[in-house]
Design a protein around this ligand. Structure first.
Ligand SMILES: [Zn+2]
Length: 187
């Protein structure tokens, strides 16, 4: 299987990396580490093998509801593409249907698929927005993401408590009043 072959290859490289970092990859505590890291990294990037558009398209329901649908406090974990260190936080998503809704559990799954790739928070925000806009074709969609970045906390500027917020929107969310309604409801 391709996946198992990749784990073996990844493990070979991680063993090398451990040595290059100044450790002894053959010492007892580290013997299984390369394979474990390989499996962990494969899990953390499994979003490459999934289609978020398909997830939404398979759960489209015709519905006349035309008020705001909000799914808030969606936990996510991602890896920054610059350092391959974790960033994590919460996503809040709203859309206003235009004849079609999707299963509520599908929205967090879409977040997950995009988060389980090498990312920057800005693109993660934009990709979720575009995916929902292109599949549900709502009157508007808005995505707000609040996250903490390990690459800021553990290295570099070492700012422990700073949160980065990004947002993006389409359609009716261009109106400040609609954005405010959403922001008030996620506070
Ligand atoms: Zn980073």
């Amino acid at each position: 299987m391709q996946e198992e072959k990749n784990i073996d290859l990844l493990a070979v490289h991680y063993k090398k990396i451990i040595d290059l970092l100044g450790e002894d990859a053959n010492r007892e505590g580290l013997l299984d580490t390369p394979v474990r890291v390989a499996k962990a990294m494969q899990f953390l990037t499994k979003g490459y093998n999934e289609s978020p558009e398909d997830i939404l398209r398979k759960a489209l329901f015709k519905e006349d509801y035309s008020q705001m649908v909000i799914v808030k406090d969606i936990d996510f974990y991602s890896l920054c593409e610059h350092h391959m260190l974790p960033f994590w936080g919460k996503a809040h998503i709203a859309y206003i249907p235009n004849g079609y809704i999707t299963g509520l559990s599908k929205i967090p799954r879409v977040v997950d698929v995009f988060a389980r790739r090498l990312q920057v928070q800005e693109r993660l925000t934009l990709q979720i927005k575009e995916c929902i806009q292109n599949t549900l074709n709502p009157l508007g969609v808005m995505v707000v993401i609040e996250a903490q970045h390990m690459c800021m906390q553990m290295r570099g500027v070492e700012k422990q408590n700073s949160t980065t917020t990004t947002s993006d929107f389409t359609g009716v969310f261009n109106q400040a009043k609609t954005r405010e309604e959403f922001i008030n409801l996620i506070r």
